[in-house]
Design a protein around this ligand. Structure first.
Ligand SMILES: O=C(O)CCC(=O)C(=O)O
Ligand SMILES: [Fe+2]
Length: 366
C-alpha cells in the first residue's frame, strides 16, 4: 500500500507523575451546557473568576483523538532538522509571532539557554493567508489544522467570549463579533516543546524556572491538558501551585486584553513553568495551545461600557482613550518587547512594558 505523507508517528502521551505535588484548586466549567443553559454557565463563570480565580473547561466536544493528532503533527514538525524549521522564523523585530521560534534566549543572569521551541500558526482564513508559514511539511496537514482551529473557535472560544460579555451585562456579541472566526486577529494555534535539561543545568536557573512568572498577551489562552507537570499559577495567597492534569480538559488563562477591557476587574492569570518532577524530567514536554489574541481592529485599552463595571466604579466614560491603540499594533509591540532580545528576564525586561498610555507588568515573583 502506498504510504501517505499524512502517516506520521502517533504521539504517545507520557505517564502522569507519581510525585505528590501541591496543586491549585481549579473551577470546572461544563461547556456541554452551551448554549441551552447559558444562564447557568454565566453563574459558573462568575464563580470561577470571582471566587476561585483559576478554571478549566470540559465537555467541549473536541475528542482526545483530535487532540492527540494535533500533538502528533506538532511533534513531527518539531522533529524536522533545525535548518528546515528555520525557513520561516517568527519575525520578532516586527513583533510577529507566526512561524517557528527556536530556543535562542538566555534566561536572565543564569547563562542557561531557553530549552523550548514552538511553531505558531495563524487561523487558516483568507484574511490571514499571507501570515501562514509556507512549510512544505505543513501543506498536506492544512485542512485538518484548519478544522481543528475552527472547532476550538466554535466550541470553546466563541462561547467563552459570549459568556464574558453576558457576565459583564453587555450585549452578547461585544467581544465575539470583533473576534469572529474569519476576522483578522493575532490568534494562533501553538505546538510547543521543552527539551529536557540535565539537572545540573536546571540548578543554575532561579527556582528551576523554564519560563518566568508572566501573564499572556491576548484575551484568553486555552491550554490543552498537559500531563507533564511544570506549569504553576500564582494564587491569591501568593503561592505557586501546580496545575493538575485533568484528562480531556482545557485550562483557561485570562490575559491582558481582557484585563484592559475590564479595568483590571478580570485579572490576568499569573503563571510560570518550572522543571518537571524527577519522574518526568527526562521526557520532552509537548504542549498544545490556542492563544486567542486581540482582533487587529480591537480598541485596546477601552473599558467596556459594562453596568457591572459601572457599579464597581471601574467604568468612567470620560477617562477612555480618545484614539485607542489597535489590537494589531499593541500585540506586535508587546511581542517585540518580550521576544526581540537575546536575554529574557533581565532587569531591563523586568521593568515592564509601556506603550502609548498602556502599561503592562512583565515580571511576577512571589
Ligand atoms: O508550557 C506551558 O505549560 C505554558 C507556556 C506559557 O505559559 C506560554 O507560552 O505563554
Ligand atoms: Fe503563558
Amino acid at each position: 500500500m502506498p504510504t501517505s505523507v499524512l502517516d506520521i508517528p502517533t504521539w504517545q502521551r507520557p505517564a502522569p507523575t507519581q510525585e505528590k505535588l501541591e496543586y491549585a484548586e481549579l473551577a470546572r466549567i461544563d461547556l456541554s451546557k452551551w448554549p441551552e443553559r447559558k444562564d447557568e454557565l454565566v453563574e459558573d463563570l462568575r464563580h470561577a473568576v470571582t471566587e476561585v480565580g483559576f478554571w478549566l473547561v470540559e465537555n467541549t466536544g473536541i475528542t482526545d483523538e483530535e487532540v492527540v493528532r494535533q500533538h502528533s503533527i506538532g511533534n513531527a514538525f518539531l522533529d524536522l532538522p533545525l535548518d528546515e524549521k528555520r525557513k520561516h522564523p517568527c519575525n520578532f523585530a516586527e513583533g510577529n509571532f507566526f512561524g517557528f521560534r527556536e530556543g535562542f534566549r538566555i534566561m536572565g543572569n543564569s547563562g542557561v539557554k531557553d530549552n523550548s521551541e514552538a511553531l505558531c500558526l495563524p487561523k487558516i482564513v483568507p484574511s490571514l493567508a499571507h501570515e501562514f508559514p509556507a512549510y512544505d511539511f505543513l501543506q498536506p496537514f492544512k485542512p485538518e489544522i484548519e478544522s481543528f482551529q475552527r472547532k476550538v473557535h466554535e466550541r470553546v472560544l466563541d462561547p467563552l467570549l459570549r459568556l464574558f460579555a453576558l457576565l459583564l451585562e453587555l450585549p452578547e456579541e461585544y467581544f465575539a463579533a470583533a473576534h469572529a472566526w474569519d476576522r483578522p486577529t493575532e490568534d494562533h494555534l501553538r505546538y510547543m516543546r521543552y527539551i529536557p535539561n540535565p539537572r545540573e543545568v536546571d540548578e543554575k536557573l532561579p527556582d528551576k524556572q523554564y519560563l518566568n512568572g508572566h501573564t499572556d498577551f491576548g484575551i484568553v489562552t486555552l491550554l490543552f491538558a498537559q500531563v507533564v507537570q511544570g506549569l504553576q499559577i500564582l494564587t491569591g495567597e501568593n503561592e505557586w501551585k501546580h496545575v493538575p492534569y485533568i484528562p480531556n480538559s482545557i485550562v483557561v488563562n485570562t490575559a491582558d486584553i481582557l484585563s484592559f477591557a475590564t479595568a483590571g476587574w478580570l485579572k490576568s492569570t499569573i503563571h510560570r513553568v518550572i522543571r518537571p518532577p524527577e519522574d518526568q524530567a527526562t521526557v520532552p514536554r509537548l504542549g498544545l495551545f490556542y492563544f486567542s489574541r486581540a482582533a487587529h481592529d480591537w480598541p485596546t485599552g477601552v473599558v467596556a461600557p459594562s453596568p457591572v463595571l459601572a457599579r464597581l466604579g471601574l467604568y468612567d466614560p470620560s477617562a477612555q482613550p480618545t484614539s485607542p491603540v489597535s489590537g494589531l499594533e499593541f500585540t506586535r509591540a508587546r511581542v517585540k518587547h518580550s521576544w526581540d532580545r537575546p536575554v529574557y528576564g533581565d532587569d531591563e525586561f523586568n521593568k515592564g512594558f509601556e506603550f502609548k498610555g498602556l502599561s503592562v507588568k512583565t515580571h511576577y515573583e512571589k
